[in-house]
Structure formats: C-alpha cells, structure tokens
Design a protein around this ligand. Structure first.
Ligand SMILES: Cc1cc2nc3c(=O)[nH]c(=O)nc-3n(C[C@H](O)[C@H](O)[C@H](O)COP(=O)(O)OP(=O)(O)OC[C@H]3O[C@@H](n4cnc5c(N)ncnc54)[C@H](O)[C@@H]3O)c2cc1C
Length: 734
C-alpha cells in the first residue's frame, strides 16, 4: 500500500509511534546492539536522570555528589563505552555515529545536560580518536573504558578545552591565547613542553582527569599550533577554576580552568617530527578541531530533536485534561474529553512542533548514518593517499580534485564502473557530510529552539515553571545552549556557505530534485511536490546569486556578505530536513508491513506521518520562497527610482504586468514609501534581469500552487491529535 493510497483512508493515528516504528524510520531495525543500547540508556534517562531533575538538581550549577553519581550510571549502562572499540573496552563494532546519536536522543528526551555530560567525555577523547597516535589512542581509551566485571579501577574522565577567556578563542578558533614553549630539550631526549592555557566554559571540568587543549607556539623551536593532552598529575598548576553560573544544562559540570603544566612532547596529539631543530606537530589545532566537530556536532543537533518529540505527549495530556474540573465538563462531553484540544490553534501548533521534531530527527539521524558510511571510506582514502605519498592540507585538496571530477562524471552516468571506486564514493559522501553536519547543527538547534518555545506556550503558565510535565521550560532554555556550543549558528552558516556550493554536492542535489519530483507523482500527500519545486528555486537562486552583482556592482555571493550567504544556508536546511522526513516515511511504508507488531496500526501511522511531511514541506517551501525572493530581488534598486534602469525598462514592466497583473502599477506607491527622503539612488546596477525575474516569478507561482492540500493535511493531522491514545501518565517523574 502506498502513502498515496492511504490518503483517502479514514484510519487515523492510534498511538504515538513506538520503538518499532522508530527503528525503521531511523534505520536500526536490523541492529540488535543499538536496540539494546536504546533500552539501556532509556532506563538511565527516565530513572536516575529524571529523578535528579524532579528533585531540583538543576537549581544549582555546583557539581554535587548526586550529579556525580550519574557518571557511574553512565558507565554501568554502557553509555560511556559506546565510544570505544571492543578491543578498548567498548561493545559496538564499527562506526559509532548513529549509536552516539541514539544515546544523545534518549538522554536529551529527559535532560540535555545529562546528554552533554556523557558526550563531553567522548568530545575530550575525540581529538585522540581522530588524530592521535596509536599509542595515545590505546593509552587513553583503555583508561577511559568503564571497568570490566571484577576490575577495581576508576575510569578516567576527560574535558575538551578550546574556548578561552575573552578576548581569545570563541567562534574565531584561530585567536589562541593558550601558549606552548619548549621547557627543556636535552640531546637525544624527548623535549619537555611548558603549556599555559586558560579555558572558558569547559564541560566536565569539575572532575576531568585529563584535558585535550588547543595551544599556539610561543617558541621558535616549535611550529604553529597543536592540541596537547594535559593530565591532572602533571607538574605545575591544574586548577579547575570557578563553576560557570549557567542557566542551562545543569546536569553537566562547566568551569573556567587554568593550566600551567610541564608535559612531554609525546602529548602533542598526532605526534610530531623534528625538522632543522624545530618541533613540527603532525596536525595543527584547526585540523584536529575540524575532524572532531564534524562528527560531534551531529549528536548535539539530535538533542533538540529529542526535546521537540518528547513535548508531544505532555502537551496532549495537558490539553485534554485542562477543563475536567468544570461542572459542565462531564465525562463523555467534548469539554471533558478534549479540553483545550477543542481549540483549533492548540492542535495546529502542536502539529507544527511535532512536524519539526520529525524533520529534525530525520535530518540528524541521516547525518549520523552518513558519517557511519563515511568512516570506513575515509580510512580507505587515507590509506590510499598515504601509499601514494599524498600529504595533508593543500596536497590533499589537489589530489581530491580529479577524484571529484570523476565523481561528477559518475553521477552523470558517464562512468558506471566508478560505483566500486572507494575514492569516488568517498568524494560523493564527503561532500554530503560536509553539508549535513552543519545543516543539522544549525537547523535542529536554532529553529528547534524557536519551536520549543511554541511547545512551552501550549502549556500556559505551567510551561515556564519547574513543575512543567516533561520539563519543557528547562528544555526550551537548554536548546539555546545546543544552538551555541560546539560553534554557534554563525559558525554553521559560515561553513555551509562554502560546502553547499561544492559541485559534487550540487550534482547530487540536482538528482535529489528529480527524485523528489518522482516521489511527488506517486505520493502527492507527502508534500514532495512543493519540496521539489522549492529545491529547484533554491538551486536557481544560488546559481543566480553566485553570478550576480548588487545595484552598486558588488559581488553578491562572497564570504564577507553574510546577508546573502547565511539566509541561503538557512533555506537549504529547511529543504534537507523536509527531504529526510519524507524519505523516512517512505522507508516505514516499505518496511513497516514486515513487522507484525506494527502492521495493524500502520495505515493510520503512515497517513499521519505523511500529513506531517506535507505540513513541513509546505512550511519549508514558504521559507525558501521568502528567503530566495528577498535575495534575488532585494539587491536591485526599485525600477521607479531610475527610469533608464538596467533592471526593468518600461517595456519589461509591461510584459511583466501581463504575467503578474498589478505589479507595474504597484511600483510607484511602493517606491514612495521606500524613498521617503526624496532622493533617488545614483544609479541602478546590474541585477536580476527581466528574463531572470520572469523565471523566478514563474517558479514562485508554481511553488504557491504546489501548496495545494497542505492545510487540509494539517487539519487532518490536528484531528488525529485529538483522538490518538496516550498513556495515562508520563513514564518519568514530574
Ligand atoms: C555550558 C557551556 C559549555 C561549553 N562547553 C565547552 C567545552 O567543553 N569546551 C570548549 O572548548 N568550549 C565550550 N563551550 C564554549 C562554546 O563552544 C562557545 O561559547 C561558543 O563556541 C561561542 O563562543 P563565544 O561564547 O566566545 O561567542 P563569540 O565568539 O563571542 O560569538 C558571539 C556571537 O557573535 C556572532 N559572531 C561571532 N563571530 C562571528 C562571525 N565570524 N560571523 C558572524 N557572526 C559572528 C555570533 O552571533 C555569535 O553567536 C561551552 C559553552 C557553554 C555556555
């Protein structure tokens, strides 16, 4: 049965989608290890973590004994070991991005501070995992692995220290105040380094036994920047500093530490060589950070998705029971059964929250899966490059160029034999990963924070109290931190503005448009039509902006012009999230019938989830239409300002009038408002020409037409929310 076929059915959502549906949607129905992990993490989240929150542990930013007890719960439940290889004390074979995303999801369902605390340990180890020497990896992983049965050992905990007190490192990671010098270097001996580093807002710092810190050389005998490992027993000062007076994520420890330590040069992450008497670290701090954040940002993105989805049940319960005390609300009456859900706006807004949660989880989990597929390919690529003597940095970029060209040829169907070429497959996936990671971090957390506010508002005054079921008020505030740490939104937008113009990515994006149009033919109820058209519009606008100049002749698409690049990056995120959401539902449609537990309620679930897709696709199309129209037209001067304008001559306007009746006559009035100081701009510059304007306006009209049915889908989803069964009470304490 197709989603299209379910459209006309009356089946509605019976119960909130459970694990069986989630495992298919997020593609781990064949991963028993991950299913077990989810159960185990859930027990910690809805047990000790929820109890701590309910008892008010979030009311202090101090690291208390009760909070510290969570670390042991993380160790015992397998959360700590997820990051490690089985040979290092872990239990998950192969790439672990999806596993870590699921851990983050389950913990953040209750409290994202707890999720952050657990993941900060992985973040500390990540520089060593991604770029450390084999000796460094073995040494630190073994110490951080939870004790095995019968072992009497306290596992080490780590912290990742990049951010420094103002005016040093924050968004700008190059502004390093932390320094490293050669302290002693005897002939034939390992050099000893003196490290001076201060940190700001460093997670896990209340108890970390070691720190991976970014520093810059302050010595001609040491080149550039690097990351070093500092241990609490190293000679010198290991001061944990004052606790950060956080308003959020109170179940993690955050402090401003001070380090002044002497360490052997073997602590430089990735090792070093000595060239002409100078220590040359194998990796500078930027290379290590890039490799680390590339993966860890995905798990942060997932935290906000979890909160949005976790809000659905408490909001439904609150709405339904809101009027039960009233004398006119007798059992069986709409006022008794539906309560606030009688009001259309209440259910419509919840549909929006839920649709956003689905889309953001879809995007985040897809990003995690992309990295799971990329990890082995990246290793293969490194081995091949090493065998060919290709170094890092610009040499690597140069070596990748012909491979990227081949990847495009492969996509164009010219060289099918490249299907099994690991380098080509790496290039394809790498370009997608480079977009998906910043996209999910940016959209899930940034837009997610806005939508968490919607969820909070549906709980009325309760929403902003500590007693709010589902801790929604806390979750709303916390989501602002998810949008900030590991690089705020500006960082993700900056990165996207580069990676989204990559030709290999765009070649794949074009295929996705075609695929979406095909899906639209088969399953119009998913909103694939509006999404496909919006994708086309985004691509057209990007192409246009890359080639165009503003009214003063200045290039439009350039890194310093964040007014152009940033909104376009935002618009892309809407598209990617909506696309992933639709693909997830198609997967459920395909695989759901195989699962007998699911099969019974499947038609209703599919109808409902595709309605959410439709709602979300329409919203995405609206955003993309707005952003693109502002950018494409906004950098022109108004035609009425300049009669001989290069943009629109009178004849153009007349022609346009036939396309969009009223547009020409509207111009002077509009101009009066804009040009209220009476002066005319000096001249109109190159801008969107008439042909371009015509094309864009046609697309815009088509886009609006594609919204057909989207509000009906919303009504249907809202209606389903009034009838869906929910448990009697939340399964974690209030
Ligand atoms: C609770 C908590 C835990 C944290 N944990 C850690 C940790 O474990 N380890 C660690 O190293 N750090 C950690 N951080 C630090 C966090 O990563 C930084 O706060 C974050 O990267 C932003 O840096 P900043 O606060 O200095 O902001 P700034 O660099 O001052 O930026 C402020 C704002 O200015 C704007 N902006 C800045 N630069 C640009 C630009 N180039 N283009 C456009 N706009 C720009 C953006 O709007 C940005 O949000 C943590 C922070 C908090 C609050």
């Amino acid at each position: 049965m197709t989603v299209a076929a379910t459209e006309n059915r009356t089946e509605s959502l019976r119960a909130l989608p459970g694990d069986d549906a989630r495992q298919i949607l997020w593609r781990f129905s064949d991963r028993f290890d991950l299913q077990m992990l989810v159960q185990s993490v859930r027990a910690v989240a809805r047990g000790p973590v929820a109890r701590l929150v309910a008892q008010g542990a979030r009311n202090t930013h101090e690291w208390t004994a009760e909070k510290n007890a969570l670390l042991q719960a993380f160790d015992e439940s397998g959360i700590t070991g997820v990051f490690m290889e089985p040979s290092q004390g872990g239990f998950i074979e192969g790439p672990k991005n999806l596993a870590l995303a699921l851990v983050a999801f389950e913990l953040a369902w209750v409290d994202a501070g707890a999720a952050t605390g657990s993941l900060a340990g992985c973040l500390a180890l990540s520089p060593i995992h991604e770029r450390g020497t084999p000796e460094q990896r073995d040494y630190y992983m073994a110490r951080c692995a939870p004790p095995q049965p019968g072992e009497d050992r306290k596992p080490w905990r780590g912290a990742f220290c990049l951010t420094e007190p103002i005016p040093y490192v924050g968004v700008e990671t190059g502004l390093l105040g932390g320094k490293v010098r050669v302290a002693e270097w005897s002939e034939g001996q390992e050099p000893m380094l003196q490290v001076e580093k201060r940190g700001r807002f460093i997670t896990n710092m209340g108890f970390a036994n070691f720190v991976t810190a970014a520093v810059e050389s302050d010595d001609p005998r040491l080149k550039g920047t690097c990351m070093v490992i500092l241990e609490e027993t190293d000679p010198g000062i290991f001061d944990r500093g004052t606790p950060t007076r956080k308003l959020v994520h109170q179940l993690s420890s955050t402090r401003d530490p001070i380090f002044s330590l002497k360490v052997p040069a073997s602590r430089i992450i990735g090792g070093y060589t000595v060239k002409d008497g100078v220590i040359v670290p194998r990796y500078n701090h930027g290379e290590i950070i890039e490799a680390v954040f590339r993966r860890t940002r995905v798990t942060v993105a997932i935290m906000t998705s979890a909160k949005l989805l976790s809000a659905v049940e408490p909001v439904i319960r609150y709405g339904r029971t809101r009027f039960r005390g009233s004398s006119v609300a007798t059992p069986g009456s709409p006022r008794y059964d539906l309560g606030l859900q009688m009001k259309a706006d209440v259910v419509h807004r919840l549909v929006d929250v839920w649709a956003t949660g689905e889309a953001s989880a879809a995007l985040g989990f897809e990003a995690a899966r992309v990295f799971d597929r990329l990890d082995p390919l990246e290793r293969q690529k490194d081995e091949i490059f090493a065998a060919r003597g290709v170094g890092g940095g610009s040499a690597r970029m140069k070596a990748m160029r012909p491979i990227q060209a081949s990847a495009i040829e492969y996509l164009q169907g010219m060289r099918p034999e490249l299907k099994d070429d690991p380098l080509v497959q790496y290039a394809l996936l790498d370009s997608v990963a480079n977009v998906f990671c910043p996209a999910c971090k940016l959209w899930n957390t940034g837009h997610g924070a806005r939508m968490m506010r919607e969820a909070v508002s549906l709980m009325g005054g309760y929403g902003i109290t500590e007693d709010c079921p589902g801790f929604l008020g806390h979750k709303w505030m916390d989501s602002q931190l998810e949008a900030t740490y590991e690089g705020p939104e500006a960082v993700q937008r900056r990165q996207l503005s580069v990676t989204m113009t990559d030709e290999v990515f765009l070649a794949q994006f074009k295929r996705w448009i075609r695929d979406m149009k095909l899906i639209a033919n088969e399953r119009p109820g998913t909103g694939a039509c509006s999404l496909g058209t919006a994708m086309q519009m985004w691509l057209w606008s990007l192409d246009h902006l890359l080639k165009s100049k503003d009214a003063d002749g200045a290039k439009l698409y350039q890194s310093s012009r964040q007014g152009v690049t940033f909104p376009l990056a935002d618009a892309l995120c809407w598209l990617l999230a909506s696309r992933c959401q639709i693909l997830d539902v198609l997967e459920l449609e395909k695989r759901g019938p195989e699962n007998p537990t699911l099969a019974e309620g499947l038609p209703g679930t599919l109808t409902f989830l595709s309605d959410l897709c439709h709602v979300q696709a329409a919203r995405a199309a609206g955003e993309v239409g707005r952003v693109c129209a502002e950018l494409v037209f906004g950098y022109n001067r108004h035609p009425a300002w300049e009669t001989d304008s290069a943009c629109y001559r009178t004849s153009d306007l007349e022609a346009l009038e036939s396309l969009i009746p009223g547009i020409a006559s509207a111009a002077p009035g509009c101009c009066d408002v804009i040009d209220n100081d009476g002066g005319h701009p000096a001249k109109a510059g190159p801008c969107v020409g008439f042909e371009g304007m015509k094309q864009f306006s046609r697309m815009r009209m088509r886009l609006d037409g594609c919204l057909t049915g989207s509000q009906l889908a919303k009504d249907r989803a809202a209606d389903a929310l009034t009838r869906v069964m929910i448990p009697e009470a939340l399964d974690y304490p209030l």
